[in-house]
Design a protein around this ligand. Structure first.
Ligand code: NDP
Length: 300
């Protein structure tokens, strides 16, 4: 391996420290404790793990965590009524509705019922519009984490060629908008892109958000480029024993690391940054709501 490893786990720890320090200041100087409300509908096991982890890290950062666990057959009206209540609760500065929602609930309607200034996932249509027009917004956590690591590694991103592989609303599109805001020349590649290997090979920065295990290999990467691997894929790992699995990214780590200048691992890269950025967004939302100075380096 010749690439420098971008250690998302260590970076996330520094983000959490900055958040905790700012929370302590808010408490001491302003008597305010930021609060994050997480709403979980149903019993999806992966979602339960995420929600537990979010609650734990919120409390560890000194903030209040409010968990609302609703039955899988909760009606849309009841869910909207809860969101309405959280929207007007002054102790709640961030609201996150864990996705995916059960099929009978309209996700767009639910997300767009969250007050935009409390939308710490950055999925509300107002925040999407603000980000798309280069204005101050709440920024989706995963792309925000990628941006923080890229800024830390490169300093300025201005003028760099960036290719984002994947055009989802939660990762690919906001990532592209953030890179554009930092003055990269941005290409978004997707399943219909022609000569995708050649497109990636032009990039100083490749952000992979595809959901296909190890799709991007070293021969797609320009020597010295930075590779940010958002993908989380579980694959069979017979070498670890029968029925065992392991996590891999959308990039083939070993071959990409031979060519790249820097690369994030999976696990331990983008993943840990996502919850750290949720905490950062909650503090940012709290500061904005109270007309206070936002913490440095925790927003786009
Ligand atoms: P989506 O399935 O919503 O989007 C995948 C994108 O990849 C689509 O735009 C699709 O193109 C594109 N794509 C699919 N196949 C190909 C291909 N063969 N060549 C080029 N592009 C392709 O996924 P998400 O954006 O939600 O997530 C992407 C990955 O990131 C997943 O592995 C997910 O688990 C992970 N993830 C990780 C997070 C973290 O915290 N680290 C958070 C969120 C996601 P098209 O639009 O043309 O179909």
């Amino acid at each position: 391996m010749s690439a420098q490893l971008i250690d998302g786990k260590a970076f996330a720890a520094t983000v959490r420290e900055k958040v905790a320090a700012h929370v302590a200041r808010l408490k001491e100087e302003n008597g305010i404790t930021p609060g994050l409300a997480v709403v979980l509908v149903g019993e999806d096991p992966a979602s339960q793990v995420y929600v537990r982890s979010k609650g734990k890290q919120t409390v560890e950062a000194g903030m209040n965590s409010y968990e609302h666990k609703l039955e899988a057959d909760t009606s849309e009206a009841d869910l909207l009524a809860l969101i309405d209540k959280l929207n007007s609760d002054p102790a709640v500065h961030g609201i996150l509705v864990q996705l995916p929602l059960p099929g009978h609930l309209n996700e767009d309607l639910v997300i767009n019922s969250i007050a935009p200034e409390k939308d710490v996932d950055g999925f509300h249509i107002s925040n999407v519009g603000l980000l798309g027009t280069g204005q101050k917004s709440m920024v989706p956590c995963t792309p925000l984490g990628c941006l923080m690591m890229l800024r830390d590694h490169h300093g300025s991103l201005s003028g760099l060629n960036a290719v984002v592989v994947g055009r989802s609303n939660i990762v690919g599109k906001p990532m592209a908008n953030l890179l554009l805001k930092d003055s990269c020349t941005v290409t978004i590649a997707h399943s219909r892109t022609k000569d995708i290997e050649e497109v990636c090979k032009q990039a100083d920065i490749v952000v992979a958000a595809v959901g296909r295990p190890e799709m991007i290999t070293g021969d797609w990467i320009k020597p010295g480029a930075t590779v940010i691997d958002v993908g989380i894929n579980r694959i069979d790992a017979p070498e670890k024993g029968e029925g065992k699995t392991r996590l891999v990214g959308d990039c083939h780590f070993d071959s990409c690391a031979q060519v790249a200048g820097a690369i994030t691992p999976v696990p331990g890269g983008v993943g840990p940054m996502t919850i750290a950025c949720l905490l950062a967004n909650t503090v940012t939302a709290c500061c904005r709501m109270n007309g206070l100075t936002e913490p440095d380096g925790l927003t786009a």
